[in-house]
Design a protein around this ligand. Structure first.
Ligand SMILES: C[S@@+](CC[C@H](N)C(=O)[O-])C[C@H]1O[C@@H](n2cnc3c(N)ncnc32)[C@H](O)[C@@H]1O
Length: 278
């Protein structure tokens, strides 16, 4: 946790007036996706932008390495400062724009430290409903899905082969920072992961628009059931092997010639349905 518990302390405020100040290194080139992916993995960092994601970062298990805030916004984030483990860099609005090179609404951004990756056993321990993703390589879909996962009571997310990094800036932002609270682990190919889920007592439900699948509304889960919901990528959907390995294939019936939903939309509907227990 970032907060220190009984003895609240104030983060150190440091005014910076030079865009080339090396202390701003974590915030450089944020719009260069390839460079950022390398940088964030090499340095073990993540970025949360905007007041709500920054607030969630401060409340999350990830340490806050630093915060960067426009001087005219400092009063609006004053309550967060005791939860910031590192320095708070204060800059003018124009300098902030020069540093991050995009319009940063509400003038606050923070850098967190990644934690060692969890293994799937840690995510599954005690979990009742988990999402298992295959090939979800779009950060915005991932962010939306994680936000729904947290809001609809999903206990954890397993990321299969081909998934993007859920802690990348776009994903953190779209999730409104909620991705920082949902336990996740990488599991590789689902044809290995699905039998492991079954061995741990999970019923695996593959979500597919295939008209031959069961109507999701007819899929009933008992209060004690452990459920793993498999979701596929935008283009191809779930692989044949993942579909074949699942206990149940479930569809959300479609209308008016629309063949499928966006994966994050489909996930939210299924989370709501399967998360509801008597
Ligand atoms: C855009 S869809 C992929 C469409 C792909 N042509 C297919 O047949 O799966 C992405 C993912 O969202 C979920 N999905 C989308 N629409 C769905 C629906 N109507 N019923 C069940 N799952 C759906 C599935 O998990 C799917 O793999």
């Amino acid at each position: 946790m970032s907060t220190t518990g009984q003895t609240p302390r104030m983060a150190e405020l440091i005014t910076i007036d030079d865009v080339a100040d090396p202390r701003l290194g974590d915030y450089v080139a944020l719009t260069d996706a390839e460079l950022r992916k390398r940088y964030e993995h090499q340095h073990g960092v993540l970025i949360a932008e905007g007041p709500n994601p920054v607030r969630e970062l401060v409340a999350s298990p990830y340490p806050v390495r630093s915060m960067l805030v426009a001087d005219d916004r400092l009063d609006r984030v004053a309550d967060l400062l005791p939860g910031v483990d590192g320095p708070v860099y204060v800059v003018t609005q124009p300098l902030l724009h020069e540093i991050v090179r995009f319009k940063l609404h509400q003038g606050v951004i923070a850098c967190g430290e990644r934690l060692p990756p969890r293994d799937s056993a840690a995510v599954l321990a005690g979990a009742r409903l988990v999402a298992v993703l295959e090939g979800l390589n779009d950060h915005e879909n991932l962010g939306t899905l994680f936000r729904s996962a947290r809001g609809l009571g999903v206990d954890g997310v397993l990321l299969g082969a081909g998934c993007a990094d859920p802690l990348y800036r776009r994903s953190v932002r779209v999730s409104m920072g909620h991705v920082l609270h949902v336990p996740h682990a990488w599991v590789g190919h689902l044809d290995v992961a699905v039998p492991e889920l079954a061995a741990r007592g999970f019923t695996t439900v593959a979500l597919t628009p295939d008209p031959s699948a069961d109507d999701l509304r007819d899929v009933e889960v008992a209060a004690t059931d452990r459920v793993a919901l498999l979701l596929g990528a935008e283009g191809p959907g779930l692989s044949a092997s993942a579909l074949g390995a699942a206990d149940v294939r479930a569809r959300i019936p479609m209308h008016a010639g629309v063949d499928s939903l966006n994966v994050a939309t489909a996930a939210a509907i299924a989370f709501h349905h399967l998360g509801r227990r008597a």
